[in-house]
Ligand binder design. Structure first.
Ligand code: SF4
Length: 390
């Protein structure tokens, strides 16, 4: 999978920035949410289940939430380290405005420690080790409009850890009729969950495996909080969501584990939540495993369909399982090649052959961007953000 571009105004991606953070970011620090003061000048961050207790002048596990003077600050706020226009299918979302472009952005840091991270050059960097531009929330939305994107995705690194920025972008996006998407590992506390997910339109959640052993050893986190997040999404929000399971040879590709995962999805989320099995390639600290053979994805998909899931996809390989088919009559509804939509036969969200309503968000409720707004976006992009080369 193509990596997002990192800003390269002075130094290459992943290389430490020469200046300390305070000089790298000239704007005032943005105070965080979801924290409380503790004895001795420490702060407790309860945004994610790590519950970091952070000493003065230190940052949490994710690198971008820091204690300065006994207060917690969000260092990623308004400082994206990667910006790119992607197809929505790359998130991956196959049932959300198919064939549209999504303005995709990430910052530095992550709250997981996955050995196989494919964006490790930003996720394993502190905010002062990546180049970023100052882009306030409303400007993100105008950049999305300028680039013909009906949606903005918070992606590449874990967006939960810059939740304050996400929320403010969502508020601006609503005003302009732009959709928002979380691409997340699902590692968030209930205290923060609704604060963020009540404002987004769609999500793709990584369910990286279905064993606590894998989560503990390979991601340095736990499985149950991710399962909790999926159930909160299903039971307590209107967010359209899909699930991704990256299959890594010998670590999480046992068919018995895949069966348990699919059975859990069926029982707790229902048959209509799309499930994407995607191929791993060696990266970061996990270079001793081979690429996932296509046969592994085919076998996983067969198991999930046998269990009863209706929409099971294969990703990161060329596959006929990128298409969307009707689970009732088998008609091909959306034909894809890699991430491109070649044909979309849906009629008002229904199968044209048997009339079954296919779950998803098939049309943009906000319609076309007014001309005046587009002109303003164009003006802003040319005057302030030409250097981004979007
Ligand atoms: S969001 Fe970051 S600082 Fe907060 S608990 Fe999670 S890892 Fe720690």
């Amino acid at each position: 999978m193509k990596k997002p571009p990192i800003f390269q105004e002075n130094s290459p991606p992943g290389k430490p920035h020469a200046e300390p953070r305070k000089e790298a970011h000239k704007e005032p620090l943005h105070e965080g949410r979801w924290w409380e003061p503790e004895a001795g000048g420490k702060v407790h961050c309860y945004l994610c289940p790590r519950h970091c207790h952070i000493g003065e002048e230190q940052a949490g596990f994710c690198f971008i939430r820091a204690n300065e003077g006994g207060k917690l600050y969000s260092l990623g706020y308004a400082h994206p380290a990667a910006l790119q226009v992607d197809p929505i299918e790359k998130k991956p979302l196959n049932h959300f405005l198919p064939g549209t472009r999504v303005f995709s952005m990430g910052t530095a840091g992550c709250n997981m420690g996955c050995f196989f991270c494919q964006n490790w050059d930003i996720s394993k960097s502190r905010s002062d080790q990546v180049h970023s531009s100052f882009v306030p929330p409303e400007d993100v939305v105008l950049l999305a409009i300028r680039n013909g994107c009906p949606s903005i995705a918070f992606t590449y690194n874990e967006p939960t850890i810059w939740g304050e920025y996400v929320i403010d972008i969502c508020a601006a996006a609503k005003e302009y009729g732009i959709n928002t998407v979380m691409v997340s590992n699902g590692y968030i506390t209930y205290e923060a969950f609704h604060d963020i997910y009540d404002h987004v339109d769609a999500a793709n959640i990584d369910l990286k495996a279905f064993t606590e052993n894998f989560y503990g050893r390979v991601t340095l986190t736990h499985l149950q909080p991710v399962l909790d997040t999926l159930q909160w999404l299903k039971n307590e929000t209107n967010v359209w969501f899909e699930i991704t399971n990256l299959m890594i040879p010998t670590l999480n590709d046992d068919p018995a584990e895949t069966r348990r995962l699919a059975e859990w999805v069926l029982e707790h989320l229902g048959p209509d939540v799309p499930l994407h099995f995607t191929a791993f390639h060696p990266d970061f600290k996990l270079r001793d495993k081979p690429k996932t053979p296509p046969e592994t994805l085919h076998a996983a998909r067969a198991v999930a369909r046998e269990v009863g899931l209706h929409y099971v996809y294969e990703g990161n390989i060329f596959s006929d399982a990128a298409h969307t088919s009707c689970p009732s009559c088998g008609a091909q509804l959306i034909r894809r090649s890699w991430l491109d939509v070649e044909q979309n036969h849906l009629k008002n969200g229904c199968c044209p052959q048997c009339g079954l309503a296919i779950p998803g968000r098939w049309t943009n409720p906000h319609g076309k961007t007014p001309r005046k707004v587009f002109e303003r976006a164009h003006e802003l992009a040319s005057s302030k953000y030409d250097h981004l080369n979007l």
